[in-house]
Design a protein around this ligand. Structure first.
Ligand SMILES: Cc1cc2nc3c(=O)[nH]c(=O)nc-3n(C[C@H](O)[C@H](O)[C@H](O)COP(=O)(O)O)c2cc1C
Length: 604
């Protein structure tokens, strides 16, 4: 952490905040706003208190470590695309021809010895200070509460180290942890994750599961924790590959889990598989709260730390946030691995305002009929890619995947009911729009073919079209059209929902000659001019099987909040929002300096 801070200082990427700030909402809000800025910086809070606990902490808090593309590249020490090229080369190693090629390959393979973590038989730097049993007190750490409706304080950048029951596999996962009291944590490994798989092995064997949590050290540890490595592969091998040095591990004091020698803080303990407790709510990276659910509990047996540790944390919520930059590196580095199951894949993007798993746009070379649909099935069936809810495939002639304006024209000129596949499969545990937890609809759009007829539309201006719409159904309060120059003109409609949106869509069929794609959103908390946040809202709120209406090239998308009108029986979560009083206070004390326009732009 100290090296990271020096590095950031050198490159002007750090802001040090010496004013007194509270772990209760204040630090989270400051970091939340900072990382949304164009030129955002990492933040080091040196004067951290908790009014609620009546405490002043003697450790600083580092937020927004992955604050920008520049910072992310510095932390990796190289460009993510270069790491991807190296992985690609390794995956396609061919027998070398000629002596010099043999030497080259030997050198490459020799370098690979640095991938493997090394276990050291000594105390770690992370174990300079040790508190065991009754001395353990999680409230001695500046663990943040980031959102008003959160169930408590949460460790948000915890590296969770576990081993399989037979000891043959090690895992590092980034899972949040809720503080229940001074020595108990809620362990939020979701059902599909490796930590949860190991947990079931221990549960079946009736044994307590050892767990150690690292905080801090090289920021690449936490990045590796969120990387979607295949089951059974220890994420620290990826660390070794990227950093070209063996991760050095030491044994925890009170269990047998090995953790990196140089993390700042370690929390050790055991998860008793017979105990579950309510975890959450928590303002999550979807921009919505995840609601209360039972999760396993970790009993903490020991907390160790370095001399002068730094507590590292993040804040998640509505995009863009730190996970934008973490996710960008993941997207780039995992391209060659994805190509092993989808070889004709050229490139892909998972935009952060699609909350990663809610939207993927992929470019591919098509070789035969149905190729894009084959890829949809492949994606929906592979590891964490199978969480993807909405997938759009374009061919190699499409504009750059980064040029969203041109790309959306290209896609809209290829959208047709005949090119749409609606399927179902697993969903991320955080998904709130599917009718049941972790399972729901999937949408795939094959835009690799130019096979869409141009149906001339009589385009009206927004006010004229609204007049017509209002005469057909008065649930619609406002509209805005986009991309009327394409084969798929879009109309976004704000509704005051008093009935199922399908009924509104059916009433609006007479406007078919004016538009092709209707997207329904709630009247409240949406801005028709803000495309970035509209995309965020829309892809978050739809379950393809329930919410997409396809009829004769007149397509409806219901992206409204669902309730009993829609036979939705789960609880729909609220938006993650800053506390207005805290924002005012931080503005008054100059801890944040953004105007109302900025707050509006990001739905803060
Ligand atoms: C900021 C952030 C917070 C996350 N929080 C959680 C979490 O609380 N629970 C979870 O299961 N996954 C969470 N994830 C995703 C996992 O870290 C990711 O899926 C990882 O690949 C899991 O590793 P595993 O497959 O080894 O379990 C989070 C990711 C990020 C970037």
């Amino acid at each position: 952490m100290k090296r990271t801070i020096e590095l950031f200082k050198k490159y002007g990427l750090l802001r040090i905040i010496d004013k007194e700030v509270d772990i209760d909402l204040e630090i989270g809000h400051i970091a939340y706003i900072e990382v949304k800025k164009d030129n955002s910086k990492a933040l080091l809070f040196t004067n951290v208190i908790s009014k609620k606990l009546g405490k002043k902490f003697n450790m600083p808090v580092l937020m927004n470590t992955f604050c920008s593309f520049e910072a992310t590249e510095l932390l990796f020490g190289k460009k993510p695309d270069d790491i991807a090229s190296f992985i690609d080369e390794l995956l396609h190693l061919k027998p070398p021809k000629g002596f010099s090629k043999k030497i080259e390959m030997f050198a490459k393979l020799f370098e690979l010895r640095k991938v493997f973590p090394k276990r050291e038989n000594k105390r770690g730097v992370c174990q300079e200070f040790i508190k065991k049993d009754n001395e353990v007190n999680l409230y001695d750490l500046p663990i943040l509460k980031t959102w008003s409706d959160d169930g408590g304080p949460f460790i948000t950048m915890g590296q969770v180290y576990t081993v399989s029951l037979d000891g043959s596999k090690q895992n590092l996962g980034m899972y949040r942890l809720q503080v229940y009291d001074k020595n108990r944590l809620g362990m939020h490994w979701q059902i599909h994750k490796d930590g949860a798989h190991f947990f079931h092995e221990y549960k079946n064997a009736g044994k307590k599961m050892p767990v150690s949590i690292g905080i801090g050290g090289d920021p690449l540890y936490i990045w590796c924790g969120q990387a979607p490595m295949p089951n059974g592969m220890f994420e620290l091998m990826l660390y070794g590959l990227i950093k070209e040095k063996n991760p050095r591990l030491v044994k925890s004091i009170t269990n047998d889990i090995y953790i990196p020698n140089d993390v700042d803080i370690v929390i050790e303990g055991f998860v008793d598989p017979t105990k579950m407790e309510i975890e959450g709510p928590f303002g999550d990276h979807t921009g919505y709260y995840t609601l209360k659910e039972p999760y396993p509990v970790m009993d903490v047996t020991c907390i160790t730390h370095k001399k002068n540790p730094i507590y590292q944390a993040t804040v998640v919520g509505k995009p863009p946030l730190e996970d934008k930059y973490m996710g960008w590196a993941t997207e780039r580095i995992f391209l060659p691995l994805l190509k092993t199951t989808a070889p004709e894949l050229i490139d892909y993007r998972m935009p952060e305002n699609g909350v990663f798993h809610n939207l993927i746009i992929a470019k591919m070379k098509t070789m035969y009929p149905g190729h894009a649909k084959q890829f949809m099935h492949a994606f929906w069936g592979v590891g964490q890619m199978s969480f993807v809810k909405h997938a759009i495939f374009v061919d190699e002639n499409a504009p750059s995947l980064s040029d969203y304006d041109k790309l959306s024209d290209y896609i809209l000129n290829r959208i047709s009911v005949k090119n749409i596949l609606i399927s179902e499969g697993i969903c991320d545990a955080l998904d709130h729009s599917s009718p049941g937890s972790c399972y729901g609809g999937k949408l795939g759009i094959d835009c690799t073919k130019d096979n869409v007829d141009f149906i001339s539309k009589e385009i009206l201006d927004d006010s004229k079209l609204f007049e017509k719409i209002n005469n057909l159904d008065n649930n619609v309060s406002e509209i805005k059209q986009y991309k009327t120059n394409t084969k798929t003109p879009i109309t976004i409609l704000k509704v005051n929902k008093t009935k199922n949106v399908l009924k509104i869509y059916n009433n609006l069929k007479p406007i078919k000659k004016h538009t092709k794609l209707l997207v329904f959103i709630d009247k409240a908390k949406n801005d028709l001019e803000n495309i970035y946040m509209l995309v965020w809202r829309i892809v978050n709120n739809i379950d393809a099987k329930r919410d997409i209406f396809l009829e004769e090239e007149f397509i409806g998308i219901d992206a409204t909040t669902k309730n009993n009108i829609d036979n939705y029986t789960r609880q729909w979560p609220g938006d993650v929002e800053c506390d207005k009083k805290i924002i005012k206070k931080l503005q008054n004390s100059n801890l944040i300096n953004v105007d109302d326009e900025f707050l509006k732009k990001f739905y803060i």
